[in-house]
Ligand binder design. Structure first.
Ligand code: NAP
Length: 310
């Protein structure tokens, strides 16, 4: 598969130990279910899986290495410290640990997870790109000025900036409103959106939902969101897709690559289908109008900006 033809990405933030799954999402998923989900992803050509060292409290990456066949392309990240100053060799040390976890010689896409020490970290990534350990370079949680700076550094070395991985969803379009999305389109840089389902908020609650951290955070926001759920339900009915799939399709239809947290086969199937659905301009405008009117506060675009060193 050519990475330029990518329609959607499988997020693996919720992969990890049974304990982690229970605390984070209220339930655990066993390896057999994950393997089934991975096989289906391969069958449907959903071949890119996104991860980072801290996912699943460190276990997520190891599971990718153990469970994913070669066809799966890996999107991984270097997370620069928000407290400590840059030290030469930190990216190399980190990617070597990652490659060990993946049982591979290279990663398909490597993202600078935060805009800390941009110049120094990118210089190391450029070196690793030349050595073949990184196939594509991306940046994550960067604002417009930081994106422009990163691109200048890479341009000088004749290396394309593959993409920007920032938060984007029907509830939070900050990076569209402040020009980052247009800048990406103008510069042929892919825009990947993380948390298109707002970690479960853009999914109606399960009837028998147990207490989880997410449930506690979402409860009151969900009440406020009913008019949006109603519109998503109606639009979904027209296209024979679920509310969650409307959230995914909305992002795809904006020319953005959705990363969706999947750990079950049905989620893979739904992500695939949603990335094929064509929403009309009227449907898109309706969803945006309601979302803008409701103004539900979420951590959203700023969730990780607190970790950007001043
Ligand atoms: N670059 C960054 O800084 C950054 C930051 C955060 C995340 N990310 C990436 O973005 C990915 C997505 O974020 P996320 O996993 O935190 O949250 P998400 O995709 O917004 O939401 C995941 C939640 O949605 C549910 N879900 C998934 N598919 C569904 C479907 N078809 N129908 C109904 N519910 C569905 C999951 O249910 P279950 O609980 O039942 O599985 C889970 O509760 C991450 O995995 C990660 O790869 C990147």
């Amino acid at each position: 598969m050519n990475i330029s033809d990518l329609k959607a990405v499988v997020g693996t933030n919720s992969w990890g130990s049974a304990f982690y799954g229970k605390v984070l999402r209220g339930s655990a998923v066993d390896d057999a279910t994950l393997k089934e989900a991975i096989q289906l992803a391969v069958k449907l050509n959903l071949l890119v899986f996104d991860t980072a060292q801290d996912y699943g409290l460190g276990k997520g990456q190891k599971m990718i290495g153990e469970l994913c066949p070669e066809e799966i392309m890996i999107s991984a990240k270097f997370t620069p410290s928000s407290k400590h100053k840059y030290e030469y060799g930190q990216v190399r040390e980190s990617i070597e640990n990652d490659l060990e976890d993946f049982h591979r010689d290279y990663v398909d896409i490597y993202w600078l997870h935060l805009p800390n020490d941009i110049e120094q970290n990118l210089r190391e990534m450029i070196q690793l790109y030349h050595e073949g350990k990184i196939r594509h370079i991306g940046i994550s949680n960067f604002n417009l000025a930081e994106c422009q700076r990163a691109k200048m550094i890479l341009d000088a070395e004749h290396i394309p900036l593959y993409g920007v991985q920032n938060h984007y969803s029907l509830l939070d379009r900050t990076w569209e409103k402040n020009g980052v999305l247009d800048w990406c389109k103008e510069n042929d840089v892919k825009f990947w959106a993380w948390a298109v389902l707002e970690e479960g908020l853009l999914v109606p609650p399960k009837k028998d939902e147990k207490f989880t951290i997410m449930k506690f955070i979402f409860e009151r926001k969900r009440e406020k969101l009913y008019p949006l759920y109603k519109a998503m339900h109606e639009i979904g009915k027209e296209h024979r897709i679920s509310i969650a799939q409307v959230a995914m399709a909305y992002v795809s239809n904006k020319g953005i690559i959705p990363i969706c947290g999947c750990r079950k086969p049905y989620q893979i199937a739904q992500l695939y289908k949603a990335s094929q659905v064509k929403l009309s301009d009227v449907e898109i405008r309706r969803l945006e109008r309601i979302s803008d009117r409701l103004q539900v506060n979420i951590l959203g675009a700023d969730m990780f900006r607190f970790a950007v060193r001043k």
